[in-house]
Design a protein around this ligand. Structure first.
Ligand SMILES: *Cc1c(COP(=O)(O)O)cnc(C)c1O
Length: 394
């Protein structure tokens, strides 16, 4: 078999600031490699201060942080949790592992985020929590969510995996709120496809006092080790459920090198996103495809630039055409309610918008370091493809 030529514009390129190795070496020389050390605390405090979160705990992945959310929320057998049908497996898996039933919610017609207006019809006396994904880093309508949650006593969990350094813009007289600080609990990801990365990593955010004390115990294998180190107890032991959710200091050191540069990384990504928007808007205005939108109550953290094609065939052809021209592009989630694992347990409701994004959404190359020239090349190749499939492109 012939190996295909390397892509001249890959879909993703994890950004490295240059300080990662030095910080990791510092950890190696210190002789303390396990978790919950100085770099871990630095990363956690960074999130607590910059984003106004009450308590943050670094985890080995966002999946881990979501599992901690499910444990802390007390979700178990007999409970229902509302989750978007259009999201990564982990958003649902965290609750399913606890024995809960997941009730999938549809996306909005104009955005992959949950359709908040349709949410109330999914609430039952068994609804314990609702998990929101801020897709592409764009906020859900959190005021509407919070009102609903308060009325029914539901715990709000933000899957903020893609939403580092993004905000919810609520009422005019209230300052924008950082995503991850709005729900009772939240989870961030530092996977190498995300804006800030350490390869694999995540962060639990706790905004409700009820969950703070227990969060450390769950994080440290169900032990009261944190209390012991604060001198509050004479010895530590097994006091609760939990797991080894914390990463090593080597991971935390890598992450710190990125967090130090968050402004620089975000500025570069936003410039690339703006260049895409400007380049692709005329095609979308002409009716070739649907372009990404940012709701009025959301800010853009430039996690992703995507378009929505008119059909699955059109998308398959587009991705292939880009690839043949040296450009990497990727579709995204497959509807979870139709997955092999959950199909039989799903209640049978159709989720039309969710399926449309599943079939038609495509993400274009976006990373720290992509320039205007590359973006224009992607636009030119896209234009050529759309000229060949529709009369809407002159
Ligand atoms: C990336 C992602 C996850 C999983 O993050 P990991 O750190 O890889 O566990 C979960 N939810 C969403 C919405 C994501 O984008």
């Amino acid at each position: 078999m012939q190996t295909p030529p390397p892509l001249s514009i890959p879909f993703n390129k994890p950004y490295v600031t240059g300080n990662e190795l030095a910080y990791m070496e510092q950890v190696v020389r210190s002789g303390k490699l396990s978790g919950n050390g100085a770099f871990t605390r630095r990363c956690q405090e960074f999130f607590e201060r910059r984003y106004g979160i009450k308590k943050c705990l670094l985890t080995a992945s966002c999946t881990d942080a979501l599992e901690m959310c499910a444990i802390l929320a007390g979700v178990g057998a007999g409970d229902e949790v509302i989750v978007p049908g259009y999201t990564f497996v982990s958003t649902a898996l965290a609750f399913v592992r606890q024995g809960a039933k997941v009730v999938f919610a549809d996306s909005r017609a104009d955005h992959p985020n949950i359709d908040v207006d349709a949410l109330e019809s999914l609430v039952t006396p068994r609804t314990k929590a609702v998990a929101f994904v801020h897709y592409a880093g764009a906020a859900c309508d959190m005021d509407a969510v919070s009102r609903l949650a308060e009325r029914y006593g539901i715990i709000v969990i933000e899957d903020a995996a893609q939403a580092v350094d993004s905000f919810y813009v609520g009422a005019a007289n209230v300052a924008p709120r950082p995503l991850g600080s709005v729900g009772h609990l939240a989870a961030f990801s530092f996977h190498d496809t995300k804006n800030i990365t350490c390869g694999e990593g995540g962060m639990l955010a706790v905004n409700d006092d009820r969950f703070i004390a227990r969060s450390e115990t769950v994080w440290e294998k169900g032990t009261n080790r944190a209390d012991f180190f604060r001198g509050n107890v004479g010895k530590y032991g097994w006091v609760d459920t939990g797991s080894s959710f914390l990463p090593s200091e080597i991971t935390a050191a890598f992450l710190w090198a990125q967090l130090e540069r968050v402004n620089e990384i975000q500025t570069a990504r936003k410039a690339a996103w703006e260049a895409y928007y400007e380049a692709f808007k005329p095609l979308a205005d002409g009716g070739a495809f649907q372009i990404q939108t940012i709701p009025p109550y959301a800010t853009n953290n430039a996690h992703t630039f995507y378009i929505v094609c008119n059909s699955q065939n059109e998308r398959t052809g587009f991705i292939e055409y880009l690839k043949n021209n040296g450009i990497g592009a990727a579709f995204h989630y497959q509807s979870l309610h139709k997955s092999d694992y959950y199909r039989e347990r799903h209640d049978g409701r159709e989720l039309k918008n969710c399926d449309r994004y599943s079939d038609c959404l495509v993400r274009l190359p976006l990373y720290c370091g992509i320039g205007r020239k590359e973006v224009e090349r992607v636009r030119d190749v896209a234009t050529a493809y759309y000229q060949s499939v529709t009369k809407k492109v002159p």
